[in-house]
Design a binder for this molecule. Structure first.
Ligand SMILES: C[S@@+](CC[C@H](N)C(=O)[O-])C[C@H]1O[C@@H](n2cnc3c(N)ncnc32)[C@H](O)[C@@H]1O
Length: 262
């Protein structure tokens, strides 16, 4: 079982109270549809969680059949959508070529095998279908990562994949000409502990490939001291590199695809 699934289940009840950034990115992601013309019948919100993107999608696409997929069943219980499926994104319980549009807000950074994920999405999508997502890039939480790196060599923050590599993976899975964008958003905190509380509150404290050894109080204190060097105008920044991507599944072997304007 994925080590992150229990974290998201545990966080489900408090997720929305800590997910300010996730909600903002969900809004920005949904606004990409202002310039992409689609009229889908079947839509998947992949890694839908408690439904921050779901609510925006259902407003924009009121006539579509919107199915929320997540492997954390407690998160899905908090999601107000009507159609919900508890499943792993790597093994979607949908027929080949059955989905018009897959949208995914900030799930992909939790999927270490992007090629397998894109292959699976590609399998269930109809020819001409659209995949639209957001995820995090390498500069995400750089202040926290650098502060920990002075203390020890354990991975305390996940490694995030560069947007060009994500685009390459999509191409390898058979998507047509992926379009990738990036923006940096900075949250500010009074104390490092407030940032840690938000990360824990959304279930994001689990790090891939990390042994279960506990981090001692002394090391934690040292990391906080290092983080203080980033204080600017009284506040501690936490940088997020947000990546947005979209790509179409080819409609035929000739690769004829709908036109997108962004
Ligand atoms: C940061 S939350 C984002 C939730 C929601 N999309 C939002 O914008 O608030 C990431 C979600 O992805 C889900 N997730 C991560 N890996 C998954 C996988 N392999 N299959 C299904 N869901 C997954 C988690 O359970 C969690 O609900």
């Amino acid at each position: 079982m994925s080590p992150i699934r229990p974290s998201f289940n545990k966080a489900a009840l408090h997720y929305n109270a800590h997910a300010f950034l996730q909600d903002e990115v969900a809004l920005r992601l949904s606004e990409k549809l202002n310039v992409i013309a689609i009229n889908p019948e079947v839509v998947i919100d992949l890694g839908a969680g408690t439904g921050l993107l779901t609510s925006k999608l259902s407003q924009r696409l009121p006539h579509a059949q919107l199915v929320c997929v997540d492997f954390a069943q407690h998160s899905l219980q908090s999601n107000p959508a009507q159609l919900k499926v508890c499943a792993d994104a790597y093994q979607l319980p949908f027929a080949n070529k059955s989905v018009d549009f897959i949208a995914s807000n900030l799930m992909m950074q939790w999927c270490p095998d992007l090629k397998a994920l894109f292959d699976e999405c590609h399998r269930v999508m109809k020819p001409g279908g659209l995949m639209l997502f957001s995820t995090f890039g390498p500069d995400t939480l750089k202040e926290l990562k650098r502060s920990w790196s002075v203390v020890d060599s354990d991975p305390h923050v996940n490694t995030f994949i560069d947007m060009h590599d994500i685009g390459d993976q999509m191409l390898q899975s058979g998507f047509n000409s992926p379009i990738m964008e990036m923006e940096k958003l900075t949250l500010t905190y009074d104390k490092v502990i407030d940032l840690m509380r938000d990360l824990k509150g959304i279930g994001a404290q689990t790090v891939h490939n990390r042994s279960k050894s506990l981090t001692g109080k002394a090391k934690f204190k040292q990391m906080i001291e290092m983080y203080e060097s980033y204080r600017n105008e009284g506040k501690l920044p936490a940088t997020y590199e947000v990546i947005y991507g979209h790509a179409w599944k080819k409609t035929s072997s000739l690769g004829v695809v709908p036109v997108s304007n962004y």
